[in-house]
Design a protein around this ligand. Sequence first.
Ligand SMILES: [Cu+2]
Length: 454
Amino acid sequence: MDSYIVAFILVAAGLVVSSINILATVLFLRAPGMVATRIPLLVWSIIVAAILAWLAAPVLIAVQSMVFFDRTFNTGFFIAAVGGSAYLYENLFWTFGHPEVYIFAVPAFGVVLECLPVFARKPIFSYNAAVIGMFGIGLMSWFVWQHHLFMSGIDPGLRPFFMFSTEMISFPTSIVFFNMVGTLYKGRIRFTTPMLFALAFFFNFLMGGFSGVFLSDVPTDGQLHGSYAVQAHFHFVLMGATVFALFGGTYYWFPKFTGRLMNERLGKIHFWWSWIGFNGTFITLVIVGFMGMPRRVVTYLPELHTANVIASIFALILGIGNIVLLLLSGLVYFWGQIEMRRGAPEKISAYCTLALLLGVGATAFLAASLIHTPFDTRAGGYASVFYGLTRVLGTVLLASLVFMVGLCYRSIKGMYSRENMAVIDAFGEYWGWLIAIGAVSYTLLYILPFLHLE
Ligand SMILES: [Cu+2]
């Protein structure tokens, strides 16, 4: 536990330092002629996120330090028995926690705002409004944190303010959405893979936003607090919107990194499997939440069984869709090896980095799809196999990704060449096999038993 706290503090400190780095770069190191009104919207979105991270992360450092003090030096900031308050912890945590949501979400807006004009073949609709909208979101994200505490003993007199402020954040958000709609309007749209991901972001964020408006309403929140509806809302924003934008961005900028387009057909398979799997899982969980199923509980009422099975099937689809991503990671790495053999050793760094990113994305998605496992895995021999193998696979996958970080670092430093690529080849062999084994065991472990369940 203490090492978790220290890790959190270190990550938060890293966040502060890197956001200062980004802000200083944008302020002082712009190319000549790069005036404020010409900065790409992606960069504006990262500026907003960097300001949020710069200001919010210190709060996390402070609150985690206080927890550390409570645990190690017998202080009592959050311990009620000696006059501290756990409610204080919740407040401090969410003072960081709500802006943090936008540290993820606003750059996703930026990615989508870059993709839409290209594939709608029209300039962005009202650039200035998009910048103002994103800054508005960043500013207002500071005044809403107590919507997480409506049911945690908040002073009832404060509730209307936080209800109102939360609902008001949909105004700057709508401005950015109008930019997106305006850009699409009468455009000659090409449905490429990045465009599909950008449009999916649009839909998923809308779902997350709408459910957010309902949850910010105090009486509704009283009913839905701690239910699966909240969990689904959270996933629509952080996974449906942010991660989908991340994938779209990867497909969009890949050719710029490597000079090669990614395979459109595989990309589209990846997209449709993920999107259908994602929405099938979480739309079902919204409904299950409305029917009263609480979070963090393994068992549920018998009448919710069908809905839970449906959610599980879609969660599996989501996982399978992202095996495509893992396969792409192997493929990208393989291309890198070919380029090296052709005598372009400098290219391996770009390929290796992208293979790494795809691997991280696939691992994250696989982990997410396992959150809603369809079995009562706590008992019996199957449970042991399920947990044992999942952990072994997860550990091996994570270890490989860590190794890949080292490999990428060395390749960026230019330490590999056509004559000196034994390590590159050895890892390629290993990575290919691991992906194959992962795909097979995922099918055996998570899909086949499920088909025999009913
Ligand atoms: Cu919030």
